[in-house]
Design a protein around this ligand. Structure first.
Ligand code: 0WE
Length: 272
């Protein structure tokens, strides 16, 4: 976003995160919310490390290069060992100190994102919880010493309205997001004394590569453009700029909070 100040284009993000260092988990492609966040934080002057799942290494390396991000580190969040090793590497890169972690990861089996929630399998439930909810606590624990050495920091995760209310087909992911949102509160309380803040952004539906696999999502997205208070869909850039606020000192008094970045859709009681 640029604004005219005395005839000069001034980027409002300029320098807000100058000298700040952090990690972004969950970049897969250019539609990823994590990519939108990376762009905002980078433009604000932050130094970033991207993590990747082994199968996505080449893609993430290419995206990192495009944003002039120097470091990428493997981290499959289902593995305690990989989380430990990733934060060891990050600690070495940044002299033991970081300012923020962006957690933008979720997964459920595709066949559990349709039909009835009551039909969720035990392993589908466990997998969704492991990747989408437990990983935040595991990453927070691994990052804690790096934040502590820094005198505090900011952890940001991504959630969705389906964790608060029933959204058709969201099913097991909704239950995982409810656990994630509650995890934000317990983590905020545990880590607050060390000045580590933990917050969530609840983004409205965005057309991403992951979401294009979901039946009916395009209809949902068009309805939101018609009825949401701002009469638009959520853009990754809007989520990125809220993450920038939460990563910055501007939000120093905020922890355990859930901010909706959804064109106001969550306030509606009916699709008026
Ligand atoms: O959290 C999400 C989706 C995350 C997601 C996406 C996939 C697609 C590919 C998790 N697991 C998978 N597994 C796959 O195999 N959203 C907020 C986007 C989303 O997903 C929905 C939605 C919305 C919105 C699923 C059903 C209904 C609405």
């Amino acid at each position: 976003m640029t604004t005219e100040v005395q005839e000069k284009k001034v980027d409002v993000r300029n320098g807000i995160l100058a000298g700040k260092k952090g990690v972004i988990l969950g970049i897969a492609n250019k539609w990823s919310i994590a990519w939108g966040i990376a762009n905002s934080l980078k433009e604000a002057g932050a130094e970033l490390t991207f993590t990747y799942q082994e199968r996505l290494k080449d893609r993430v390396d290419k995206l990192a290069e495009e944003l002039d991000v120097k470091n990428t580190v493997e981290c499959d969040v289902t593995s305690d060992e990989q989380i430990t090793n990733a934060f060891k590497t990050i600690s070495d890169l940044y002299n033991g100190k970081i300012d923020f972690v962006i957690h933008s990861l979720a997964f459920a089996k595709k066949d559990e994102l349709e039909g009835r929630y009551v039909d969720t399998s035990r392993d589908g439930y466990i997998l969704a919880q492991d990747i989408s909810a437990f990983s935040l606590a595991a990453v927070a624990k691994a990052a804690e010493p790096l934040f502590e050495a820094n005198g505090g920091g900011s952890i940001i995760t991504l959630t969705y309205l389906g964790g608060e209310r029933v959204v058709k087909n969201y099913n097991v992911m909704g239950v995982a997001k409810a656990a994630l949102e509650c995890s934000v509160k317990y983590l905020a309380n545990d880590l607050g004394p060390k000045k580590i803040r933990v917050n969530a952004i609840s983004a409205g539906p965005i057309k991403t590569l992951a979401s294009s696999a979901i039946s009916g999502i395009q209809t949902m997205i068009s309805q939101i453009a018609d009825v949401s208070p701002l009469r638009k869909n959520t853009e990754t850039e809007e989520v990125g700029d809220t993450a920038l606020f939460l990563a910055s000192d501007l939000s120093r008094g905020i922890t355990g909070e859930l901010i909706h970045v959804d064109a106001g859709f969550h306030i509606l009681g009916a699709t008026n």
